[in-house]
Design a protein. Structure first.
Lengths: 254, 262
């Protein structure tokens, strides 16, 4: 973060605090100090971690399922024209569809359970991972493959030693989009309902209904920290794994 | 003649997986292992589609949803493009707003929806604000990278040939940045639709998201699927329209593959 940015951020927080203490702001915009106190109280009582753990489990399980399947099938579709050709019409037809529309369908089929949430997240995470992996494989420089083949590498070795590493820059781009999606849909599905009364989205909607704005902002803060932390973790893993690769600046992410 | 035949055959071949998927659906629905109320036949879904299309309901919900998508997306374009341009041209401003983008990007903005409802009410405005907020990120970021990435040689050569400031901006920088700006649009438009449907599901009294959730709560699964089909078709058509528009306007450069939130 730039120094100017940090200064502006701190200034805005201070302004918010002053305005809230002066009583100028409406009641639902509680001051940062009150939010911080509630955040601390939720953390001390362990509630915060309980809700966060459930939310994290849902988003990561969905991400693992959807992205795992997406990367696997995407690699296959990139290598084999036949597999790619079979899935291409299905994917291009369903890709622009907002997957969140399927949430009520899944709710009826699987109940307001973890299953319906995880399946929705998996469905959404599948597409970016699949497309990134497929195009990642197709974009591999054929010279590298020929070079490996020329040196006597078997197809398996070419795939694991050349194609997958070369495609991994793209794959990580897809994973990063999938990660952001996993958090959005986790929250969305929890806002609509949680049968076990757990999850940060559920905490937000309960606090909202009860007029506990301090608790609402504290849970929003928790989600922001989780989302930000998960994104940074993924970038760190990518840096470690792809050390030595030229990684383009991520501008292609929504 | 032969090429036309080949094209028709190509289309038929592409239709095979889709027909296969529909056949699998119908097979499951007819197998008797699932409750047809929960897993309706294709015919029942088609019947509901016709019902929705012929009733006044569809126009109402479609109108509400499309208003939110278009106004929210339009507001994001009007704010995001100038914001991205200023961020890339004025270094100090770029550094000042940078944390909004580097910290704000991975945070799900949908968490702010309950606050938006408090601030702007349960009607159009809260949804439009959230749609605009979500769309602002891809549009501003892509514009920023697009303008920043304009090859300086192009600008220098234009200046060298005596181009005025306005000419440099209009004839050199705008066309050079346009593909990136449009990438931002193509990422943002599906997001606008997702957020609209989503916020309508969380709290609303009209719109396609509300229609889906309401039909589902009434256990009219066939109507839910009919509404999902409508949402799917609109999402698809909007994406295609934007793609066609992009290829018309930016005919000199092929579009890069976009991996984005949809």
């Amino acid at each position: 973060m730039t120094r100017e940015g940090a200064a502006v951020l701190a200034g805005l927080m201070a302004l918010w605090q002053v305005l809230a203490s002066a009583g100028v702001l409406p009641g639902y915009l509680v001051s940062p100090a009150v939010i911080a106190r509630e955040f601390g109280a939720l953390a001390r009582s362990g509630e915060l971690f309980q809700h966060s753990a459930v939310s994290l489990y849902r988003s990561l399980a969905g991400l693992a399922l959807g992205a795992g399947l997406g990367v696997g099938l995407g690699l296959l579709a990139g290598v084999s024209r036949r597999v790619g050709g079979f899935f291409e019409p299905l994917v291009s037809l369903t890709y622009p569809v907002p997957k969140v529309a399927f949430l009520p369908v899944l709710l009826v089929w699987f109940g307001i359970s973890d299953t319906s949430k995880i399946l929705l997240i998996a469905l959404s995470c599948f597409y970016p991972s699949y497309i990134a992996a497929m195009y990642g494989v197709r974009a591999v420089d054929p010279l590298w493959i020929w070079a490996a083949q020329n040196m006597g590498a078997r197809p398996r070795r070419v795939f694991l030693g050349v194609v997958v590493p070369a495609a991994s820059v793209h794959i990580f781009g897809g994973l990063r989009v999938s990660l952001a999606l996993a958090f959005i849909l986790m929250l969305a599905s929890e806002l609509i309902g949680s049968s076990d009364r757990l999850g940060l989205g559920f905490l937000i909607i309960t606090a909202d209904a009860g007029g506990r704005f301090d608790m609402m902002f504290a849970s929003i803060l928790a989600i922001a920290i989780l989302g930000f932390g998960a994104d940074r973790l993924l970038l760190w893993v990518r840096r470690r794994l792809l050390a030595g690769y030229v990684v383009m600046e991520d501008s292609a992410h929504g | 003649m032969a090429s036309a035949l080949r094209r028709i055959l190509g289309w038929l071949f592409r239709a095979v997986p889709v027909v296969l998927a529909l056949a699998v659906w119908e097979g499951i629905a007819r197998s008797g292992t699932v409750n047809p109320r929960l897993f309706p036949h294709l015919a029942a879904i088609a019947e509901q589609l016709v019902f929705l299309a012929s009733s006044h309901q569809l126009g109402l919900h479609l109108g509400a949803s499309m208003t939110r998508v278009v106004v929210g997306f339009g507001a994001a374009v009007l704010v995001g493009v100038p914001l991205g341009i200023v961020m890339s041209r004025v270094a100090l401003f770029g550094r000042v707003v940078e944390p909004v983008f580097s910290f704000g990007y991975p945070v799900p903005r949908i968490a702010l929806y309950p606050i938006a409802v408090f601030l702007f009410g349960i009607g159009h405005l809260s949804k439009v604000v959230l749609v605009a907020l979500e769309c602002l990120y891809p549009i501003a970021i892509h514009t920023y990278y697009g303008v920043r990435g304009v090859n300086r040689l192009y600008i220098w050569s234009a200046q060298n040939m005596g181009a005025s400031r306005a000419q440099v901006v209009l004839k050199v920088m705008a066309p050079a940045a346009a593909p990136h700006v449009f990438s931002g649009f193509r990422i943002a438009l599906p997001i606008a639709f997702i957020i609209t449907v989503l916020t309508e599901m969380v709290s609303s009294t009209e719109g396609l998201g509300w229609l889906i959730l309401y039909s589902s709560a009434s256990l009219m699964q066939a109507r839910v699927f009919a509404a999902v089909v409508i949402v799917a078709v609109i999402g698809f058509v909007m994406d295609r329209l934007l793609a066609v528009l992009r290829n018309r306007l930016i005919f000199w450069e092929k579009e890069a593959v976009l991996v984005a939130i949809r």
